[in-house]
Design a protein around this ligand. Structure first.
Ligand SMILES: NC(=O)c1ccc[n+]([C@@H]2O[C@H](COP(=O)([O-])OP(=O)(O)OC[C@H]3O[C@@H](n4cnc5c(N)ncnc54)[C@H](OP(=O)(O)O)[C@@H]3O)[C@@H](O)[C@H]2O)c1
Length: 359
């Protein structure tokens, strides 16, 4: 299962593209960019870059919950209230767009399996098809490191050549892997629409919570309050037992930069691993939160995570435990060499920026 590949980009609507440093073709581009899910973590990294870049003249933002883009300084954005499950609203919103960046997704699993799958899988295919019908030139999809699955034979430092394989249980990872395959099939039927797939690690920064609901239905606002309170440094250092597991993280602004490079066609279409430099341990993370880590070997924790993830009747949100059964660590050389992406923050600095709420 590898993503759409091979095709060198034509620029939007026939124009060759420039990269961010202005290399390549110097004809001006006037891009209209549609972003689904602009109010989440990734949107916080990307939209200010779209706003600041003269090559982007108009941005169309699609989400379910109303918001005023101008209040955020996003004056180029025309907000369309919409749902990715509704192909008609997508077709209308995408009229005249050059690039579609698809960020709308449900990550936590609290919305229920049916709604989650309808938004994540059918919604993504609706967005791709609407982008193709609108004559867009680039489709930028936020995949995930989770698409690789949490398999024991996954090497440390996976490159994009390593196969994407569905996880055993975690709905999110299964859907990401399935989508990479289905988007590649769709892309081969639409050769004029270049497919870019980013596979980011855990994304952190001042807007880590983004549009995520950690509790279902009416409890969602309470879940957001609790998550915000919990996601801060401890007032006093407390000892915590942590399993010794590796972890990559990337800052939301650096993800925004990677998305922007795909929007501008700074490299060839295809899949790109995205993570901040350095591999953290769970003990490092505990220390950053102000705790005193008491590390225990990761082996038993991985086995436990694997066993728990196989239990029957596990709620979807609890399936995330599988991610600890074999944490996936990626190599990001390709994004640096082919997209020209340079992360400003290491994984550790990104984590600190989340805890400090600075960007
Ligand atoms: N955050 C991470 O650590 C991470 C890591 C790797 C990959 N990713 C991927 O990156 C993408 C963006 O993640 P994120 O962290 O920015 O997500 P997020 O913070 O949860 O934001 C999701 C966005 O999607 C919108 N949305 C949700 N359902 C929608 C629907 N049915 N129709 C239209 N819009 C909808 C939300 O607004 P409304 O709720 O108002 O509609 C919000 O704007 C996702 O595909 C995610 O899987 C995230």
């Amino acid at each position: 299962m590898s993503p759409g590949r091979g095709k060198q980009m034509a620029g939007p609507r026939g124009l060759a593209a420039e990269d961010e440093q202005g290399a390549g073709d110097h004809r001006p581009t006037e891009l209209t960019v549609a972003v689904t899910g602009p109010t989440g973590t990734f949107g916080s990294g990307l939209v200010p870059l779209l706003q600041a870049d003269d090559r982007v003249t108009r941005v169309v933002g699609i989400a379910r919950r109303p918001f005023d883009p101008a209040e955020r300084g996003w004056t180029k954005m025309d907000y369309r209230r919409g749902d990715v499950r509704d192909p008609d609203s997508l077709r209308e919103a995408f009229d005249g767009v050059d690039v579609v960046v698809h960020l709308a997704f449900l990550i936590t699993g609290t919305a229920g399996r049916e709604a989650t799958r309808a938004i994540n899988v059918e919604g993504t295919l609706n967005v791709f098809r609407a982008a193709a019908a609108a004559g867009a030139s680039r489709f930028v999809h936020a995949s995930s490191v989770a698409a690789y699955g949490f398999h024991r034979d996954n090497p440390v430092g996976m490159t994009e050549d390593w196969p994407v394989r569905p996880a055993a249980r975690l709905f999110y990872a299964q859907e990401k892997a399935e989508l990479e395959q289905r988007l590649a099939e769709e892309a081969s039927a639409h050769p004029d629409l270049a497919l870019f797939l980013l596979r980011p690690s855990l994304v952190v920064g001042p807007h880590s919570l983004g549009g995520k609901d950690l509790l279902p239905g009416r409890l969602a606002p309470l879940g957001r309050l609790l998550a915000d309170a919990a996601n801060r440094r401890l007032p006093v250092p407390l000892p915590v037992v942590v399993a010794d597991l590796p972890l990559q993280a990337v800052h939301e602004d650096d993800v925004g930069q990677a998305l922007m490079r795909c929007v501008l066609g700074s490299g060839p279409p295809g899949a790109y691993n995205i993570a901040g430099d350095g591999v953290l341990s769970t003990a490092d993370v505990a220390r950053e939160y102000g705790a005193i880590p008491l590390p225990v070997p990761g082996g038993p924790a991985r086995l436990t995570a694997r066993a728990v993830s196989r239990l029957p009747f596990l709620p979807a949100a609890a399936e995330w435990v599988e991610a600890a059964s074999h944490p996936a660590i990626m190599d990001t050389t390709k994004a640096k060499e082919q997209l020209g992406w340079r992360p400003r923050y290491s994984g550790r600095e990104a984590l600190r920026s989340m805890l400090d709420r600075t960007g």
